[in-house]
Design a binder for this molecule. Structure first.
Ligand code: MG
Length: 258
């Protein structure tokens, strides 16, 4: 009787140990997530066309979504035949609306008869956040880099003077080119110090040229980059002061990210 009772105890102990193990046996359902359901978005009819939830910043008709950076007056770049062309005398333009994290699609073209060399050959730029006058902010460089030597952290597809593009995916002058960008804005503490840095991913004509690059701060012509606190900011296009022929943009849209 004494032996049987101890056997019973041992069996009970085994069950006590085994039961939780059996209960924890993983099932496929354990790792299935059903909510929240992602919102439905109708993709653009063709590659590069705006999806249903995009904010169209330029559809080829007018500059209603843009103002002059200088004085916030209506943007004075030329619009013709579905295309906007830089007006170097009018200066940089920026969106009326401000953004935080987003996906951006923008197309640009260097004139077929472009002249100049280095940084003075079709220079423009897409400032992913315009944080002040002039060239303040975070510039994704636009330049003719098809066959035009310059410092590599300043060629097309670079984050100006911070990130060398992973490839040179330039098309010839005269051909339309695309940037598809994922921008994660920096965040700041109450005292203005950096909380989390900005990140950027860029596809240039479908080729990955910036892969979740962590920015060191705003892009700067002279000196080291540093961060400056902002919350939301417009997207800015550069009217560069070089003497080469002005470049054009078309089909610009943005999708705000949660
Ligand atoms: Mg530039």
């Amino acid at each position: 009787m004494h032996i049987q009772f101890s056997k019973l105890l041992a069996f009970a102990g085994l069950v006590a140990v085994a039961a939780p193990i059996y209960a924890q046996k993983p099932r496929p359902e354990d790792t299935e997530v059903w909510e929240p359901v992602p919102k439905a978005v109708t993709p653009g009819a063709t590659c590069g066309a705006s999806p249903s939830d995009a904010i169209v910043l330029f559809d080829g008709k007018n500059l209603d979504q843009w103002v002059s950076v200088k004085d916030k007056s209506p943007a004075k770049w030329k619009v013709d035949d579905g295309v906007m062309t830089v007006n170097k005398h009018a200066g940089n333009i920026e969106t009326k609306k401000s953004f935080k994290d987003y996906q951006l699609h923008i197309e640009w073209k260097i004139p077929a008869d472009i002249t100049g060399s280095g940084q003075a050959r079709g220079n423009s730029g897409v400032f992913l956040a315009s944080t002040g006058p002039g060239d303040d902010g975070y510039e994704l460089q636009v330049l003719d880099s098809y066959n035009n030597k310059t410092y590599v952290n300043g060629q097309a597809g670079s984050i100006y003077k911070q990130a060398i593009p992973l490839a040179n995916a330039n098309r010839k002058p005269g051909e339309w080119q695309t940037y598809d960008v994922a921008w994660t804005a920096p965040t700041f503490n109450g005292d203005g110090s950096l909380k989390t840095p900005a990140y950027v991913t860029v596809f240039f004509n479908g080729v990955l040229v910036e892969n979740h690059f962590e920015l060191k701060g705003e892009t700067r012509y002279i000196g080291k980059p540093f961060y400056k606190k902002y919350d939301t900011a417009p997207i800015k296009l550069q009217a560069h002061g070089d003497k080469s022929e002005p470049i054009s943009f078309r089909n610009i849209w943005v999708r705000e990210l949660p």
